[in-house]
Design a protein around this ligand. Structure first.
Ligand code: ZN
Ligand code: ZN
Length: 216
């Protein structure tokens, strides 16, 4: 199991990064990305600290920890620059908090994230056909989430991804220990979103593929 979308106390998660990683390890995970909510106020504060602790966690050899960010509720016009800043500061993975149907995320966020070619568009809500097509072209992974609320539109994301051959990735968006779901639950949520057995296998393979790419 791999979760490339988690939160620590550096945003609204409940645990310091080391405990978050230990909880993921105890739940059977091999790797996690720590991707705290980020905007202009905290990007240069959070990233050096997450990078430092991810190195320490990974050195121990039990679980691989990758430093990242989730650009959250920022103006869509600022997404390209902030994504670039995150990479310059050493983020291995850049997520954007997509237009989930349970929050008033600024309109245009999905499109700006895809145009900026971020790694993962998290919980993209009612992503449009145009956006899904562009995500496929740009190689932006669309997230299927196990998180309550955001998961309401998983079925729609699956339909759009299937239609335009966009790649899917399953994440927990873990904020607390109980959020690291079992592989059985991940599988059930994926089935519930309408994915076939082969599509689920391909989605889990995508997590491994991203991880390999990021660890080079
Ligand atoms: Zn989010
Ligand atoms: Zn998140």
């Amino acid at each position: 199991m791999i979760d490339l979308h988690t939160h620590s106390i550096f945003s609204d998660g409940g645990l310091i990064p080391t405990e978050l990683a230990q909880r993921a390890y105890a739940a059977g995970y091999k790797a996690l990305a720590i991707t705290d909510h980020t905007d202009h106020s905290n990007i240069d504060f959070i990233l050096p600290r997450i990078i430092k602790v991810c190195l320490k966690i990974t050195e121990r050899g039990k679980i691989l920890a990758l430093p990242g960010v989730e650009l959250t509720h920022v103006d869509p016009g600022d997404i390209p620059l902030l994504a670039n800043d995150a990479r310059k500061l050493g983020a291995k993975i850049v997520l954007v908090h997509g237009e989930t149907i349970v929050e008033p995320v600024p309109f245009g966020t999905n499109l700006a994230a895809i145009n900026a070619a971020v790694d993962i568009l998290a919980h993209p809500g009612l992503i449009t056909e145009e956006e899904a097509k562009l995500a496929a072209e740009k190689g932006v992974y669309l997230e299927i989430t196990t998180r309550r609320g955001h998961a309401f539109s998983n079925g729609h994301v699956v339909q759009m991804a299937r239609k335009f051959k966009a790649n899917l990735i399953l994440n927990n968006d873990a904020h607390a220990p109980a959020d690291f779901v079992s592989s059985k639950m991940a599988n059930n949520i994926a089935c519930g979103a309408g994915l076939t057995k082969d599509e689920i296998a391909a989605m889990f393979e995508n997590s491994r593929r991203i991880l390999q790419k990021l660890c080079v």
